[in-house]
Design a protein around this ligand. Structure first.
Ligand code: IPE
Ligand code: IPE
Ligand code: MG
Length: 249
């Protein structure tokens, strides 16, 4: 598909974070098992990853599995993990071809061993790719990340490495698992749900939110383009007045 010419190439969000939601409902609508929806969601991941890279997005973070998702029926959790292993194995070549670097955020050490191993290999193989970073949030929870960060800071304080005055926003940002990634400019959630579900709470303090009723397995490049076009119509004020912001333009 050609790149949408209505998009302003100078205002492409640098970092897009996505909550890929609605796989289960997509499958149910067709009288199929939920897993069928997850399987079809993989094509959307491929399409959106490619679409984002084509537009010059630098970071794409996909919420693939939340800490809370461990509470789903075992059969679904297992199917998701198997799908993850298979997909990473199959797609590493495409990531190389498209010059995409794979990384993860979340408690990856809680994933099954074969998942961890597949991820390790793909991360290693793609580590020098510079076109775009694809960040998979796996067994991720923003509150978990913040708790971890607080623990790390407390340790450093206890050992006299930092003083109370050193604790600032930068130090906290630098202790999160997203420390090397700029904050998301745009967050997209599919499937009509209007909530954050424990995603990037600290990092999305000033992100623009875009919600669509499209279910994740139906989400394609043109939907991504629509989301970005909508983003480009917005004025990001960061606490300032509209007049102040338009002056600097
Ligand atoms: C998103 O789709 C995928 C994951 C959470 C892993 P869901 O599985 O949440 O689908 P719905 O929301 O039940 O339709
Ligand atoms: C959020 O989706 C997590 C992922 C997309 C991986 P959920 O479908 O699990 O979110 P809730 O529980 O409905 O808020
Ligand atoms: Mg859901």
């Amino acid at each position: 598909m050609p790149i949408d010419t209505t998009l302003d190439k100078n205002r492409i969000p640098r970092h897009i974070a996505v909550i890929m939601d609605g796989n289960g409902r997509w499958a149910k609508k067709q009288g199929k098992f939920r897993v069928f929806g997850h399987q079809h969601g993989v094509q959307s991941v491929k399409d959106i990853t490619e679409g984002a890279a084509e537009l010059g997005v630098e970071y794409l973070t996909l919420y693939a599995f939340s800490t809370e998702n461990w509470n789903r029926p075992k059969i679904e959790v297992n199917a998701l993990m198997t799908l993850l292993v298979k997909t990473i194995k199959r797609e590493t070549e495409t990531l190389m071809k498209n010059q995409i670097r794979l990384t993860t955020i979340g408690q990856v050490d809680t994933l099954p061993k074969d998942c961890q191993e597949e991820l390790r290999q793909a991360i290693e193989a793609t580590k020098d790719n510079t076109r775009m970073a694809l960040i998979l949030a796996l067994s991720y929870s923003a509150k978990w990340d913040i708790v971890n960060s607080v623990k790390e800071i407390a340790q450093r304080y206890k050992h006299g490495e930092i003083a109370l005055e050193d604790i600032d926003e930068e130090l906290i940002s630098g202790s999160l698992s997203t420390r090397t990634i700029p904050d998301p400019d745009l967050m997209i959630r599919t499937s009509g749900e209007h909530r954050i579900s424990n995603y990037l709470l600290w990092e999305m303090a000033y992100s623009e939110f875009y919600f669509t009723d499209v279910l994740w397995p139906d989400f394609r490049k043109e939907h991504l383009h629509e989301a970005i076009a909508n983003y480009q119509q917005r004025e990001r004020r960061f606490g300032k007045t509209g007049e102040q912001v338009s002056e600097v333009k």
